[in-house]
Design a protein around this ligand. Sequence first.
Ligand code: KG4
Ligand code: ZN
Length: 329
Amino acid sequence: MKILAIETSCDETAVAVLEKDHIMANQVASQIAKHRPYGGVVPELASRQHTEWLPSLIQSTMTESNVTFSDLDLIAVTYGPGLEGALVVGTVAARTLSRLHQIPLMPINHIEAHMFAACFDGKRIEFPFISLIVSGGHTQLVKVNDVGDYELCGQTRDDAAGEAFDKVARALGLPYPGGPEIQKQAVNGDMTRFKFPIPLRHDPYAFSFSGLKTAVIQTIDKEEKPDDPQFIADVSACFQDAVVRTLLLKSRRACEDFGIDRLVVCGGVTANAEFRERLLQCDQTVILPEFSYCTDNAAMIGLMAWLSHENGVSADKAFTVSPQLSLVP
Ligand code: KG4
Ligand code: ZN
């Protein structure tokens, strides 16, 4: 079964072609440089870039995979959550190709796809498992009973972890996206210089990164030389440490409380090297997607379509874009 997958939910224009759960071609055109001057993603700009780049990206990904439209069995497209205009570009393109070439179309939940991004090439995770989703828009702990069967354990009450990385980076004068920049700065920082709190420490699985961000910004505001490279490095190291400690505490707690040994961690923040290293020291069996499938890509969208198909989900159901789409109804 050959699948064409399209992802345009935020600031990556992405297309992939898969044979079942095997990637034949996977191309990502990052818009980061376009948004960087504005310090974050500008929704209108994102839609315009998707419109400009998507047709040629589809063409080049199809060419790379050596697959023609008549070979395709399924088109998979992200329909939420994400930026509305950006989602519209991807879904309109997918629907047009589906109608034109008479290929079934399957709408895919972006967050669900992140959760299974470690399952290419026959790799499967035994159910149930605990999934920690840490992206720019989401921080959620989910108990995954099966494909399509999810229980929400807890989520952030305000900012997502990635969002906090981006906002703290901006407060430190670092460019967008903040995660990789904070990580770079933290390498030279003293992790013990500032004591930032673990937000909602005693709430079992809820997160709150807005309070942590405020504590960090207060520290920056109080500093006489906020441009000092060592100060920036130290704040970065202490903030990163506080986020990592928070994510580890709540994820381990969920695993222990539910008696589940498998922890799957996914979403853009999973690209963080310090976080990856400390996750691997957990008692639990930690499953991480490969580095390049942590951040947004279309291969995970195609994979999710294959897994859903295998699980009896049929294509061609009616849908519209769903910017606020959640995992658990
Ligand atoms: O999953 P993703 O690519 O897009 C969304 O669906 O949101 O996640 C993007 C987020 C951004 O907030 C970015 O700062 C963060 O992931 N991120 C990182 C790192 N790389 C990306 N955060 C911390 N450390 C990183 N190395
Ligand atoms: Zn994402």
